[in-house]
Write a protein that binds this ligand. Structure first.
Ligand code: 8X3
Length: 256
């Protein structure tokens, strides 16, 4: 008997989001689940991803993107097929001029923002390929487009994110895998600025001081979900997203 279109089971599309324990990662997991994806929430903090996975009907997999064995375990948990990988895990550590910056903080930023992305991508590329319609979304930053004072380690790492994204797109040309970068500007999340300033709440709050409406994590997640729901032949190469108040990195409207 021929199956009617109604009786044909819907193919569930799967997604992995790294750094899903908070901020843009958690919001992206929610947005992709709302768009119908079966979402694997990957991060180090299992209590947070367990709760998130339960909330969205997804799966939680403990993963430290700076650790080869942990990334291999993520790949095993994902299985043979994957449609969307969101390389979101990252962060800024420290705010010092190049002259006095802590080299270990730079090493840590390169490890999580760049090598973490490479590790996870290498581990999951076979599954993305096997899906016949894979997509990699790398979360970059406007810090990957310009330089700013006291941000050298982070801007260097995010420039690398952009270049790795472009390189992947070139190398995967002809394969059924799209490669995109989302580059957000000023996004107010619970942790990003706090981590950058080592827990100094005053310094973190000053970043957003007087800015009428910085972006929130959901704004970026919305953009990622849009990229992930374009038809298979549409590759959004890059999408820079800033709040209206931020005309450029150093040109931010503040109400005092
Ligand atoms: C975060 C944006 O302006 O702090 O990726 O570099 S910024």
């Amino acid at each position: 008997m021929t199956e009617t279109p109604q009786s044909t089971p819907q193919r569930t599309r799967t997604a992995v989001v790294t750094g899903a324990s908070s901020g843009i990662g958690a919001a992206t997991a929610r947005a992709l689940a709302a768009a119908g994806f079966d979402v694997v929430c990957a991060a180090r903090r299992t209590d947070r991803i367990d709760a998130l996975a339960q909330e969205i009907g997804g799966r939680a997999v403990a993963c430290d993107v700076t650790d080869d064995a942990s990334v291999a375990a993520l790949a095993s948990a994902v299985g043979d097929t994957l449609h969307v990988l969101v390389n979101n895990a990252g962060g800024a550590f420290g705010s010092d001029p190049v002259e006095s910056a802590d080299v270990e903080q730079w090493r840590a930023m390169y490890d999580v923002n760049v090598l973490g992305l490479v590790r996870v991508t290498q581990a999951l590329l076979p599954a993305l390929r096997a899906s016949g319609d894979g997509l990699i979304v790398n979360v970059g930053s406007t810090a990957g487009r310009i330089a700013y004072e006291k941000g050298g380690g982070y801007t260097a790492a995010k420039h690398a994110t952009q270049v790795v994204t472009e390189t992947l797109r070139l190398e995967l040309n002809g394969e059924p895998i799209r490669v995109s970068e989302i580059a957000p500007g000023m996004v107010r999340t619970e942790e990003f600025a706090m981590v950058r300033f080592g827990g100094d709440a005053e310094a973190a709050a000053a970043v957003y001081d007087g800015v009428p409406d910085p972006l929130v994590a959901e704004d970026v997640a919305d953009a990622i979900a849009w990229v992930a729901t374009r038809p298979a032949h549409v590759n959004i190469d890059e999408l820079v997203i800033k709040p209206r108040a931020q005309a450029a990195q150093h040109k931010v409207h503040r109400v005092r």
